[in-house]
Design a protein around this ligand. Structure first.
Ligand code: NAI
Length: 341
């Protein structure tokens, strides 16, 4: 039986995410928390006749929300608006994540923490450093949710391949095409690195390849623009977040992952780097990077760096750019905690 808590449950991401997790057969108890309206949302969802109990808590009840939670998802914070980058959100969201993760450290120290709030590249280091300071950090339990980038890459890859060969669009099941791409790196702009695992597709994509890369890296902007000031991705994020959480929950039940190449932005030290991994991500001096993860009992037990051994020269270049930007993003998060008392 797994208790899942969602912190920021009343928001644009939080509400559909709560709904999707209320439908999950792997959840026995769903605890919803926000500084506004979570009690009502919890009551609403509690009428759904799935197996889990659902309770919404008020802003003073973080302890009850977190008590015995094994998985905690954090979509609390401010989303992007036109003209705002994910990095601009840093100042607003860093303090929110720090205080919520402190509560997790106090009331659910063994929970797996899934950080959705942006900027993920800086907030995951904030979560980790907060727990380190408390003496409660377990590297495999802290994950930045980058799964939306993979969901987008899979969708966009099919879009571009259909332009070349309309027959692909008529296929009933597109999952075989989806398996030909994965995404590594971080979760903002040029730190997002799509990797085409079937290199023959590079020839098929031809001139569209660069457009594909750009669209995966900046796909979030399409939504911010189309929503005209009303926020960023919410429904697609809820889908991607719920899929990711479901893999964690499957792993609690000893089940094999459904998604191949499931990645998370995670803490690297201790992982066994291959030769290329050392060269590209710098022999552990880069502390966080999104790579395919291996889960056991909902915890990351190892990170699969083999994909780094099979990059094209263009992909190596993209990884290089991502690493340079990530170093700055990670440092910013770390110094927010280490610089504060
Ligand atoms: P929203 O503004 O609709 O919802 C945020 C919620 O957080 C609100 O209900 C607010 O009351 C709550 N909140 C604020 N401070 C809180 C605190 N201290 N404790 C508990 N709850 C608190 O924003 P939206 O659209 O739901 O986005 C949430 C976050 O998710 C943003 O940071 C956004 O950038 C990020 N995001 C991440 C994605 C990813 O791929 N990782 C994709 C899309 C959004």
């Amino acid at each position: 039986m797994v208790k899942v808590a969602i912190l920021g449950a009343s928001g644009g991401v939080g509400q559909p995410l709560s709904l999707l997790l209320k439908l999950s057969p792997y959840v026995s108890e769903l605890a919803l928390y926000d500084i506004r309206a979570a009690e009502g949302i919890g009551k609403d969802l509690s009428h759904i006749n799935t197996n889990s109990d659902c309770v919404g808590y008020d802003k003073d009840s973080i302890e009850s929300t977190l008590r015995n939670a094994q998985v905690v998802l954090i979509p609390a914070g401010v989303p992007r608006k036109p003209g705002l980058t994910r990095d601009d959100l840093f100042k607003m969201n860093a303090g929110i994540v720090k205080s919520l993760v402190t509560a997790v450290g106090n009331f659910a120290p063994n929970a797996r923490i899934l950080v959705i709030s942006n900027p993920v590249n800086s907030l995951v280091p904030i979560a980790a450093e907060t727990l380190k300071k408390m003496g409660k950090f377990k590297p495999g339990n802290v994950m930045g949710v980058t799964n939306l980038d993979l969901v987008r890459a899979e969708t966009f890859l099919v879009d571009y391949l259909v332009l070349k060969d309309p027959k692909i669009g008529q296929q009933e099941d597109k999952t075989t095409m989806h398996r030909k791409v994965t995404v590594i790196g971080g979760h903002s702009g040029e730190t997002i690195v799509p990797i085409i695992t079937d290199k023959s597709l590079l020839f098929q994509l031809d001139k569209q390849y660069e457009q594909f890369i750009h669209r995966v890296q900046f796909g979030g902007d399409e939504i911010v623009k189309a929503k005209q000031g009303a926020g960023s991705a919410t429904l697609s994020m809820a889908y991607a977040g719920a899929k990711f959480a479901e893999e964690i929950l499957r792993s609690f039940h000893g089940e094999e992952p459904e998604t191949e190449s499931l990645s998370a932005f995670a803490y690297l030290p201790g992982l066994k780097n291959g030769k290329k991994a050392q060269q590209l991500i710098g022999d552990n001096s880069l502390e966080y990077f999104s790579l395919p993860i291996v889960l056991k009992n909902g915890t990351i037990v190892s990170i699969d760096t083999s994909i780094l051994e099979r990059l094209s020269p263009r992909e190596e270049q993209l990884v290089g750019t991502a690493v340079r930007e990530l170093r700055k993003n990670i440092e910013r998060g770390k110094s927010f905690i280490l610089g504060s008392s």
